[in-house]
Design a protein around this ligand. Sequence first.
Ligand SMILES: *[C@@H]1O[C@H](CO)[C@@H](O)[C@H](O)[C@H]1NC(C)=O
Ligand SMILES: *[C@@H]1O[C@H](CO)[C@@H](O)[C@H](O)[C@H]1NC(C)=O
Ligand SMILES: *[C@@H]1O[C@H](CO)[C@@H](O)[C@H](O)[C@H]1NC(C)=O
Ligand SMILES: *[C@@H]1O[C@H](CO)[C@@H](O)[C@H](O)[C@H]1NC(C)=O
Ligand SMILES: *[C@@H]1O[C@H](CO)[C@@H](O)[C@H](O)[C@H]1NC(C)=O
Ligand SMILES: *[C@@H]1O[C@H](CO)[C@@H](O)[C@H](O)[C@H]1NC(C)=O
Ligand SMILES: *[C@@H]1O[C@H](CO)[C@@H](O)[C@H](O)[C@H]1NC(C)=O
Ligand SMILES: *[C@@H]1O[C@H](CO)[C@@H](O)[C@H](O)[C@H]1NC(C)=O
Length: 903
Amino acid sequence: MKFTDLLLPLTILLISMESFTSWATENENIFPLSNCSKTCGDIKIEYPFGIGVGCYRTVEFNLTCAYDSDPPRLLLGNDTIQVRNFNMEKGLVYIEPPYVTLNADAYMNSTSIDLKNLPLSFNLGLMYSRTSIELMSFNNLYVAGCNATANILDVSTNGIIGVCSTICSSRNTSTTKQIFMSDNGYCGFDMFDVKTNKNSWAIQLTRLNETENENSMISNNTSSIIALIYDEESSSHDDLQKFINNRNKTGLTATLAWYINDYPTCKEARKRSDTYACRSHRSECSDVFPEDSLYWNETIGYNCRCSLDYDGNPYLPDGCKLGKNFTSTPAKDCQTKCGNITISFPFGLKKGCYRGEGFALTCNETSHPPTLLFGDYYVVSKISLQGKLEFNIPSYFDFSFRQSYFTSSKENMISINWVIDYQSCNDAEKDATTFACMDAHSICVNVNDTGNIQDMGYRCNCSDGYIGNPYLQDGCKEDPQYEAYLVSRKKTLLLGVLLGASIGIGFLLLCITWVILRRKWKSRNQKKIRQRNFHENHGLLLQQIIFTTDYADEKINIFSLEEMEKATNNFDETRVLGKGGHGTVYKGILSDQRIVAIKKSKIVRKSEIDQFINEVAILSQISHRNIVKLLGCCLETDVPLLIYEFVSNGTLSDHLHILQGESKLSWDDRLRIATESAGALAYLHSAASISIFHRDVKSSNILLDDTFRAKVSDFGASRFIPLNQTHIVTAIHGTFGYLDPEYYQTSQLTEKSDVYSFGVILLEILTGKKPAYSTKSGLPQNLTMNFLPATRENMLYDLVEDRVLQEGTEHEILEISNLIKICLSLKGAERPTMKEVEYKLQDIRKARMKKKKVCIPEGNEETERLLTMSSYSSSELMDQINQENSRNYSFEKEVMWSQNYPR
Ligand SMILES: *[C@@H]1O[C@H](CO)[C@@H](O)[C@H](O)[C@H]1NC(C)=O
Ligand SMILES: *[C@@H]1O[C@H](CO)[C@@H](O)[C@H](O)[C@H]1NC(C)=O
Ligand SMILES: *[C@@H]1O[C@H](CO)[C@@H](O)[C@H](O)[C@H]1NC(C)=O
Ligand SMILES: *[C@@H]1O[C@H](CO)[C@@H](O)[C@H](O)[C@H]1NC(C)=O
Ligand SMILES: *[C@@H]1O[C@H](CO)[C@@H](O)[C@H](O)[C@H]1NC(C)=O
Ligand SMILES: *[C@@H]1O[C@H](CO)[C@@H](O)[C@H](O)[C@H]1NC(C)=O
Ligand SMILES: *[C@@H]1O[C@H](CO)[C@@H](O)[C@H](O)[C@H]1NC(C)=O
Ligand SMILES: *[C@@H]1O[C@H](CO)[C@@H](O)[C@H](O)[C@H]1NC(C)=O
């Protein structure tokens, strides 16, 4: 063979390849180029990230591989953030945790994290449907070491965004090894609580200076104070301990979530097919927004993921590949029974038996009879190949987010719907390896159970005359009954024809009409049955959540979704009253003109949906004038909506912490609000049959009505405790600044945890300061940490708010301060009960009333009620009346105090 013979085809090949690549870059913008570095050391580089022009999608995703160490370091952004790995499934970059340490002789140290304008963040949410956001990362601030405070500061304003403090009561936490293990000396909180999308902030670590006269103590054992940010989902406690003990820093990671920011939403991005980032076939797009956003319209970009059952890189053409756990034909030896429940494909118990992990079930053989479980605790009672999974107990999960093939069914709560895949039959048929309708006698059916376009999917049925499992080869068998049916139908037709011949075509028409009518009647009947189920199941649900209701006259109503949409003007953003960690609260106007507050959960962390249900269960047990009343719920949405009485006047926090000017809350109002709230919490702790710990006591959870009466709210985190139990072990829950240090250390929840948090509220009432605040010079401060030293050093009055100094007596302030002190005791056992706190506050108020010559006869409920109901205007009035007295008094007081407490 001659050389030129070879050359020609080669040239043609080269030319065609070249024309292909130039066509590709011009018209399709397919990155990355083929000569891009694929790795840096052991780290596999994933597009849209890349090293150098032509390799990254946009310059924000430019990486640097620094060969100054072995192995080389992969750096991000401004060359300061070190990348450990990429997670394409979730859209995360694992990075080295930002941390700061405090040397033995140092009192302050800080480190800053500057993400500039990079499309990266520590706390982003991802929207799957109009109702739910999933958090992408789970970063925590963590402090290990004794008597230290870590503040997260917004670098631009120097404001505090988060605080975490530790105190050790015992002095024997000496070795670094013990610091993590010991039962004191660490604290932490979820970065999710940091309501900021600021990309530049700092961790500032300071030592608490209580032990100035014991400096020798400090220098011996505190060298290992460390504050860091790490992700609890991607790291183990073991990794954390190793990191803190400085043994192996490579196991622990923090995570940054990234997003594509050329367009703010998927919808807009999709319109430009040349720049749309979700390139792979079987990739999906989700809107991304900052965790502190209040409105659905505040998305900042989008994120691509491979569809369920696919893995790989959705940003590359054909980057998503069918996963290893996918099976289109189940193995021969698959278990088909669990107890007496039949397991049919696509469901299965192990890999190779189910179609994909979405259809995995488990069989708990240890129970009698064995139970078939879906997820962790849903007991399956039946698998229906018509697209339903039925349960023994009602389900509340919101399956509308696209991480499974399930959508909660609208009509009842004990089954959920499933589709085999989120594709139309037309698209599905094109790919023979994944098309699910295996049997020759099966047909594909497009379904849309929820009405959301994105939930469009398909299922398979056996065709007419066949029954069985269309998802298996030879799964559809001839239906013997169908033959009989056909024969009888043939007979009818034959008869019709015969009759037609003699009587005429009119009768045949009548016959057909009858058949149609019969079908219609049948479907109407089915609808009726469905409606009956609906009612029955709601009844079931209610029975479950309202197991013992003593207050039969205060029934929990079930509202329809339609009614709720009307009440909130389709959940209009202008109706948003507030947004808490767990959901959005809307103002609604019912058809009878009643104004209500409607709470809608937002976050789809499994546990938080359960919290929602928890709240219904708890509130249905409670009736107290200082606890916000639950009027009803709406069960037609994926996440139940809760409907409360509308409390019109904002929160105690709003009224105490005024941005500009002085708080309008008088000392009398404050004392009353404190007494009422203490009473409500005491009631919860000792409520008739069951004890309830609130777990999230804070001033923003105390609502005020138009007469400034306190209403304790937000029971999402609360827990029932059987009366014969004094504590339970739970996952740490609470708000930083209010969290009981003992609970944090031991995870043991007791009623005294609420007492601690209530102590913090009393402190806010006394000082007018937030649990975390800044001094005038901008220095970050922790209120509870400053309080104890202040009382000891006779500096208390520096902390107390001016208005309180003017209106309260010295005796009252000291009494409250002593009460706070014991409430904030590090040991729960040393704290008073909520009942004792309530009594003490009542005593203080009674003494005050006596002084003002307003007698409250002992136990006179009516007078007490009148006092508590004193409206804002009348209490203002009372303030004015008392102003004269108190002014004289204040003067005396000032003189007296200046003697005792030189300032
Ligand atoms: C991208 O990073 C490389 C180092 O890896 C640097 O040389 C280059 O200037 C960067 N490109 C841009 C546009 O910033
Ligand atoms: C970070 O970027 C800024 C300007 O963009 C530059 O002045 C600074 O030197 C950079 N820092 C590092 C560590 O590269
Ligand atoms: C501040 O923190 C850094 C990083 O951990 C550490 O290297 C440095 O020694 C610390 N400085 C002081 C004064 O503690
Ligand atoms: C930490 O502070 C507490 C209370 O302020 C004090 O009793 C304790 O001795 C301190 N612990 C250490 C290890 O300095
Ligand atoms: C703590 O004490 C040290 C040394 O006595 C002092 O330099 C530092 O400013 C003090 N810090 C605070 C927050 O008071
Ligand atoms: C701390 O160390 C100093 C000298 O290193 C020693 O004299 C002192 O007793 C130590 N203090 C404690 C409490 O161990
Ligand atoms: C550190 O831990 C990581 C993961 O935990 C492990 O892969 C690595 O080998 C460890 N390195 C050393 C030096 O022990
Ligand atoms: C989002 O909606 C709210 C209320 O409808 C509006 O005030 C706000 O300006 C909107 N934000 C953006 C970014 O469009």
